[in-house]
Design a protein around this ligand. Sequence first.
Ligand SMILES: Nc1ncnc2c1ncn2[C@@H]1O[C@H](COP(=O)(O)OP(=O)(O)OP(=O)(O)O)[C@@H](O)[C@H]1O
Ligand SMILES: [Mg+2]
Length: 251
Amino acid sequence: MIEFKNVMLSYGDHVVLDRVCFRCAFHEKIAVLGGSGGGKTTILKLMLGLVKPDSGQILVDDQDITVMSESELRDVRMKFSIVFQEGALFDSMNVKENVAFSLREFTKSTEEEIDKRVRDLLKILKIEDAIDLMPEELSGGMQRRVAIARSLAACEPRMMLYDEATTGLDPLTADNICNLVNELSRGEPPGRVGFIIVTHKVTDAAKVAERYIFIRNGNIIFDGNIEELKKTKDTLLRKFINELYISHGSA
Ligand SMILES: Nc1ncnc2c1ncn2[C@@H]1O[C@H](COP(=O)(O)OP(=O)(O)OP(=O)(O)O)[C@@H](O)[C@H]1O
Ligand SMILES: [Mg+2]
């Protein structure tokens, strides 16, 4: 269980998150939506202890991560895999070295084990032929896959975090990534590997998520399922939903 209790965060006099409260289980399939600068990425960073709130508590498995040391946080971070928005691969390393990075850094795996793990992951992500390519030789969708492989390499996550996994991709490639997100969310609850996908695109969210959280000006203004979302009276949310109807061709 992950729980935000009255989490406040400001940069100077800019309030980024204003007494945010929510709880979720590791097996949930959640989309966090909202406009640019709303605080979506910040929520993921808080969940991993990369950013500390000004006040409030963040509990992961009932433990308050806001008071943890870096070494304690390492164990918390192992519960998640994260694909950051910047998604930047290391430009000077080929695909294999990018995916192997955290194995080399954080585990004592042998060269043989690393090679096997990298090949297995690339196979799951259907990019095994790209193993020797450099990032600049990959399409945007392939880069996203390599970033996902890299995030999975050194951990068996209970929950995957994707920050803008489909942003900047053409609709077909974005669709592929959505399928992948679904495929990687294996098993049945409560043991299922869940995810939080942060996105601007409600149409992509609708392909994968079972729960929708909207953030605006640092507040959660909606938290519910697609049926509840369709009934909302909020004007901004209605705009998001209209996009859904347009993409499904039934206004
Ligand atoms: N290190 C920082 N220093 C100062 N301000 C910051 C910092 N990190 C984030 N912010 C501010 O916090 C707000 C929320 O940022 P965040 O990155 O969480 O937004 P977001 O919802 O992910 O936006 P986007 O959709 O553009 O990715 C923004 O106004 C941003 O400028
Ligand atoms: Mg962001």
